[in-house]
Unconditional design. Structure first.
Length: 454
């Protein structure tokens, strides 16, 4: 839950997609390494060897984190420092340049005011003290700009936040869920992340049985083909994706950048849909031929090469945008609900991606196998087994279509323009992004204070 928020707070603004991409591919790297260890070492060292290695690595990581200074795991101060280093094109930097704060209150402050400042900073009412300090340090131009932004927040989400803050406490669970779930951009990007995990986990789960049944791969051949196709493809995507989103498109620090990145994500997934659909049709055609001709094994020819190349391209394209989707998803809600949004994203990713990914294709494969044996009793068990795993792999690849739909809805909700102009009638997710940008300015990009309440 905290990993994405911590990574986004500590990563440089101009390379967030790269670092978030590294974090997103960690699960795929773990799957590939686990498959390699289990597939190559099980016969020599036994099946318990993989679990022993896993326990040792987890204990080593726990020891490293235990010995690291606590400041390494803070992200509030890192987020504030990143806001100071943001590019001039971001709304925070534009607002800061308009404010033109030149008054240094620390020089003209009396001893009694310093005592009051220290007393208030040590008290529990941090939010009120922070507002007073920001209001005191802002010039008239910045106040006018802040008031003009605040006057546009006449939405249901803004009313919920105002009501909760007026009650003197933080946001309730119901208000937090209402804010997060009402963001169309958050839901679409969370579903896109979950469906990406669905595809990768489903293919990883079905790979061993499919290659060994259809093309009679042994354990080493199945492991090496999996590592080259999915692992190398994912590495290519992670290496090339940040060059597109960070260097060419300029990141996703403002609304125009979010819209541009989502449009390019939509283009990349459209290409992945083409490769995935072709591979799925080849799997279905292979299953039909095996049942029709009652042949349990297929020759390793052009069909196998096309399938491996298609899955390689799918993994490269899907992993190239994972870091960008994580960053946009984390920023799609208000700062008060960012951690809750990250928690809901991880929950959705675990349920839809890592749980349903292996489950749904295996259920479809089971039904296909039962149907083949009931419709064509003359077909042998090997034929039914090969055909059912080929159909399960096809189902895994066809999940690219709902992924394409999620990105289309997310891009359409982010805004219809690709420039600095904002849409004339923004959606709820756009309004929440405006509020998030303004709150980051108010909390992190104001004048440096003498305390660190957050």
């Amino acid at each position: 839950v905290w990993a994405t928020v911590w990574e986004q707070a500590n990563a440089p603004k101009d390379s967030q997609a790269r670092w978030l991409g590294f974090a997103s591919i960690s699960a795929g790297t773990g799957n590939g390494a686990g498959s390699a260890v289990a597939g190559l070492c099980s016969k020599s060292y036994g099946y318990a060897f993989a679990f022993v290695v896993q326990a040792c690595i987890l204990f080593a990581l726990w020891g490293i984190m235990l010995l690291c200074p606590a400041r390494f795991f803070e992200f509030e101060a890192a987020a504030a420092a990143n806001c100071d280093d943001a590019r001039p094109s971001t709304p925070e930097r534009r607002l800061r340049s308009l404010s033109s704060i030149t008054t240094d209150h620390s020089d003209s402050e009396t001893a009694s005011q310093s005592a009051v400042r220290r007393t208030r900073s040590a008290s529990g009412d941090v939010r009120m003290f922070l507002r007073e300090e920001i209001a005191k340090s802002m010039t008239n131009s910045a106040r006018k700009r802040k008031n003009s932004i605040a006057s546009d927040w006449h939405t249901e989400v803004g009313d919920i936040i105002t009501e909760e803050e007026n009650e003197g406490g933080g946001l309730s669970i119901w208000a937090t869920l209402t804010i997060v779930l009402s963001s169309r951009l958050w839901f679409c990007t969370a579903m896109a992340i979950s469906l990406s995990c669905f595809i990768t986990s489903a293919i990883a789960y079905m790979w061993q049985n499919t290659t060994s049944s259809v093309w009679r791969f042994n354990d080493k051949e199945a492991t090496y083909s999996f590592l080259v196709t999915t692992g190398l493809g994912g590495m290519v995507g992670v290496a090339l994706g940040p060059k597109l989103f960070d260097d060419y498109l300029g990141g996703f620090s403002d609304l125009a950048g979010v819209y541009r990145c989502l449009k390019w994500c939509l283009t990349l997934i459209a290409a992945a849909v083409v490769f995935g659909t072709i591979s799925a049709l080849l799997f279905l055609d292979t299953a039909w031929h095996m049942v029709h001709y009652e042949v349990a094994r297929q020759a390793r020819g052009c069909i196998l090469g096309c399938v491996l190349a298609g899955i390689f391209c799918v993994f490269a394209l899907v992993n190239s945008m994972q870091g960008t989707l994580y960053g946009i998803n984390t920023d799609s809600t208000t700062p008060e609900t960012k951690t809750s949004a990250a928690a809901l994203t991880v929950s959705l990713q675990n349920i839809v991606g890592f749980a349903l990914g292996p489950l749904l294709p295996s259920v479809v494969a089971e039904y296909v196998g039962d149907g083949i044996q009931s419709w064509t009793p003359e077909a042998g068990a090997d034929v039914a087994r090969s055909a059912q795993f080929a159909c399960g792999m096809a189902v895994s690849l066809l999940a690219l279509w709902p992924l394409l739909l999620s990105l289309h809805l997310g891009a359409s909700g982010a805004g219809p323009t690709g420039g600095d102009e904002r849409p004339s009638s923004p959606g709820r997710s756009t309004q929440m992004l405006v509020r998030a940008e303004s709150m980051r300015f108010l909390r992190s990009d104001g004048p440096l204070l003498e305390f660190a309440p957050l």
